[in-house]
Write a protein that binds this ligand. Structure first.
Ligand code: ATP
Ligand code: MG
Length: 460
């Protein structure tokens, strides 16, 4: 069952408090019983002593004249019944109630005990003394007992005020704590309203004043999330603006080319040339559009959503098969060194786009007759992909920028400047890295992609 925070906090407070109240109430009950017994026993003993004082020898025999003062001590509004019994020797009754029973053991010292007289429960004391008279000695035992009404009343007087105080405190907690919690949770409610009432594109940080210190980290985390969202939105807007700008140039060119073409006579060879130009421009636009789509796809994907097992070496060999014709056209020696067990977690189509962009660059930018090799092997907990060529390489000052969108190093080869940005984004979304360095003897280029290897515990 899901309880509200307020109910949970109240429960955490009430349970130990109720336990504490029960334990202390029990302890104070025991203490009140002890006090009431002590007072009652002291009165019983005092009465027994007064009675025994008045047992005396008369004409050689013991007689008991019970003074009223001996029993007045018990007078109370609770109308307890008081009983006594005076016994000489073992069983010679000198006065009082004959049914009052003696305790089991010796009564040389006062013995307090609970007994019954008929139906009445009784607290009693038995007390004995030796009485002497001209060489004679006789044992006299006095028993004084009383019913429990005044003792119970005293117990109530001693215990009840404490009990009432404790339960009042508990009731006060039940009333005040929810009230206090409601007051204290107000900033949280305000925070909730602030977040809920936001416009979809309102990406300003949340500002809640007088926030309790426990809520600050939550607001900070929400603000960090908003800041990331804002950065992402700005990047997306920039991307759309850049893409529109990049597409406008070939579109304008296409427009001009179509306009020129319409002016040529159908038999004019210049028309064929113009149509070839149109085809080239529209091909360029199609390439750029698919690169843009790929980049948008790579940016929107995140690693936890692309958790299929992919054999990178297999991806490399199928991509290279598609590029063989392009490599042959430029007499490029396209080779591969592929090891086994090169499994990574990711999206097969995106990884194919990564390999394809790198191999395509190497084939296109390397001079005719050059060589391009793609290597794929496992290295520790990573899978390594390397594309090595012996082409012109990338100047050191341009290397920091080639992963930016639309950045191109001046060359005769046409391109949209998106390939390496796509590679970088795909590597990032697969938890990997991309680095580049000049080849052996500072000839050509080596681009290295390092991706986390597929772990056995990851499920397909
Ligand atoms: N293997 C390479 N050898 C030399 N220069 C390279 C190589 N790979 C990339 N470059 C340079 O880096 C720049 C950026 O490459 P990127 O792949 O991002 O864009 P592109 O090839 O121009 O366009 P796209 O790949 O989108 O068609 C290119 O303009 C090119 O000059
Ligand atoms: Mg490229």
């Amino acid at each position: 069952m899901l309880l509200s925070l307020r109910a949970r906090l109240l429960l955490w407070l009430l349970l130990p408090l109720a336990l504490f109240v029960f334990v202390t109430d029990y302890m104070s009950y025991v203490a009140a019983c002890q006090t009431a017994d002590l007072l009652q026993d002291a009165a019983l003993l005092s009465s027994a002593r007064t009675i025994i004082e008045d047992v005396d020898w008369e004409n050689g025999a013991l007689t008991a004249n019970i003074p009223p003062a001996a029993l007045e001590i018990f007078e109370s509004p609770y109308q307890d019944h008081v009983f006594y019994k005076v016994v000489a020797g073992h069983d010679r009754l000198l006065g009082g109630s004959p049914d009052l029973t003696l305790p089991a053991g010796s009564t040389r010292y006062p013995v307090f005990y609970n007994t019954r007289l008929g139906e009445l429960p009784i607290r009693a004391v038995a007390y004995e003394r030796q009485l002497y008279d001209s060489g004679k000695a006789e044992q006299v035992t006095v028993i004084v007992g009383k019913t429990q009404a005044s003792r119970q009343a005293m117990l109530k007087d001693l215990w009840r005020p404490q009990l009432i105080r404790q339960w009042l405190m508990l009731a006060l907690v039940v009333v005040l704590v929810p009230f206090g919690l409601t007051m204290e949770l107000r900033p949280l409610m305000k925070l909730k309203n602030d977040v809920a009432d936001r416009e979809p594109m309102e990406l300003e940080p949340i500002r809640v004043h007088h926030l309790p210190s426990e809520l600050r980290p939550i607001v900070d985390a929400i603000n960090q999330c908003i800041a990331r969202l804002k950065l992402h939105t700005t990047t997306q807007r920039q991307f759309i603006a850049d893409a529109a700008h990049q597409l406008r140039t070939p579109l304008t060119l296409l427009n001009t080319q179509v306009q020129c073409a319409t002016q040529y006579d159908p038999s004019d060879p210049a028309l064929t040339e113009a149509l070839t130009g149109i085809r080239r421009t529209s091909q360029k636009m199609a390439d750029m559009t698919s690169q843009l789509l790929l980049l948008a796809q790579a940016e929107s994907v995140s690693l936890p959503r692309v958790q299929a097992r992919v054999d990178l070496a297999a991806v490399v060999s199928s991509v290279l098969e598609e590029l063989v014709v392009a490599a042959q056209r430029r007499q490029i020696d396209l080779g591969a060194e592929l090891a086994e067990g090169t499994y990574v977690a990711g999206s097969e189509s995106l990884l194919a786009a990564l390999v394809s962009n790198l191999a395509d660059n190497a084939i296109r930018y390397t001079h005719e007759g050059g060589s391009v090799t793609v290597l794929c092997r496992r290295e520790g907990s990573h899978v390594l992909l390397q594309v090595v060529d012996n082409g012109p390489g990338i100047p050191a000052e341009a290397r920091a920028h080639v992963f930016e969108r639309f950045y191109r190093v001046a060359s005769d080869v046409e391109g949209s400047g998106l390939g390496l940005a796509i590679v970088h984004q795909i590597a990032l979304s697969h938890g990997g890295t991309v680095t580049m360095a000049p080849g052996a003897g500072r000839v050509g280029l080596v681009i290295t992609v390092r991706l986390p290897a597929w772990r056995n515990e990851e499920r397909e």
